[in-house]
Design a protein around this ligand. Structure first.
Ligand code: F6P
Length: 322
């Protein structure tokens, strides 16, 4: 096996707070261990086109606290084709780059797996606000997104209380309800609607009525984007309760902002671990937070089924919001 002395890093899929801190860790620790590190701009799109630039210590200065990704990102359709995959691998091989660190979600890992089959050592770092990657307890960006939701809801609560209103707040997470669940538990939402659990809107409405009869002056319902159309949910709830509700869709505000301390540390430790595994000659691995330890696991784990749902948190949220 040839020794790897040149590596590259890219970000792919939706950006997530902490991606910059992870890039910084990969670049700085790589250079510390005498590797030449390249940054691939615009994800796999840029890789296919050859938008690959050398990184030095200064290229990652003053980014540790910034949201987004300095490498930019994209969702690449071309990377699904064999032609695109071959082009991408050649761009790396032509430059003598033997290993690629991919920071992104499981869709990004699929591209990485293809490159591994074409002779590139690949390492995945879980970066997505959704926390939907199988094989890791947490993804980079999730904690920040949950905190963004909590901050936004604390503002909504002020007006909700003043007008004694019910608010439905839609949060991101594609088909994963983790952002809704954690944020809902943290803010004490009256109900949390997530794609993993079937819900009965009549029951949700009855709970709202019970609450108002008991003297509650406002209610917050968190709706994960994958749990159904929030406008329909709002209309049906109005019918069941007989009173108005307001809808707020938080949207991409959840993807931005400085990473929390948790995400910054997760990004640094996962980025550092990626360099460790490259130096050990490993490939087709993902970096994972598992029972509070940073470990590496086979990449294919990320494609096996759906991330186990934390039912106990959902049940607890229900018990606390009677
Ligand atoms: O995967 C991250 C995410 O923010 C999801 O929560 C959301 O469904 C999706 O990306 C939105 O994607 P886009 O920014 O491409 O519209």
């Amino acid at each position: 096996m040839a020794t790897i002395d040149k590596i590259a890093v890219l970000t792919s899929g939706g950006d997530a707070p902490g991606m910059n801190a992870a890039i910084r860790a990969v670049v700085r620790k790589g250079i510390y261990h005498n590797l030449k590190v390249f940054g691939v701009y615009h994800g796999y799109e840029g890789l296919i086109k050859g938008d690959i630039r050398p990184m030095d210590l200064g290229s990652v200065g003053d980014i540790i606290h910034r949201g987004g990704t300095i490498l930019r990102t994209a969702r690449s359709l071309e990377m699904f084709s064999e032609e695109g995959q071959h082009k991408a691998a050649s761009q790396l091989k032509d430059r003598g780059i033997g290993a690629l660190v991919v920071i992104g979600g499981d869709g990004s890992y699929r591209g990485a797996q293809k490159l591994a089959r074409l002779g590139i050592n690949v390492v995945g770092i879980p970066g997505t606000i959704d926390n939907d990657i199988v094989g890791t307890d947490m993804t980079i960006g999730f904690d920040t997104a949950v905190n963004t939701v909590i901050n936004a809801i604390s503002k909504i609560r002020d007006t909700a209380t003043s007008h004694e209103r019910t608010f439905l707040v839609e949060v991101m997470g594609r088909n994963c309800g983790d952002i809704a669940l954690r944020a809902g538990l943290a803010i004490g939402a009256e109900s949390i609607l997530i794609p993993e659990i079937e819900y009965d809107l009549k029951e949700v409405g009855e709970k709202l009525i019970r609450g108002f009869k008991r003297g509650k002056n406002h209610s917050i319902i968190i709706v994960a984007e994958g749990a159904g159309n929030i406008m329909d949910i709002s209309t049906r709830l109005k019918e069941y309760t007989g009173f108005d509700n307001k809808v707020t869709i938080l949207g991409h505000v959840q993807r931005g902002g400085a990473p929390t301390a948790f995400d910054s540390v997760l990004a640094a430790t996962m980025g550092g671990k990626a360099i460790d595994v490259i130096r050990e000659g490993k490939s087709e691995v993902m970096i994972s937070l598992c029972d509070n330890k940073i470990v590496d696991k086979p990449l294919h784990i990320a494609f096996e089924g759906k991330k186990p749902f934390q039912r106990h948190l959902y049940d607890l949220a229900n018990e606390l919001s009677i």
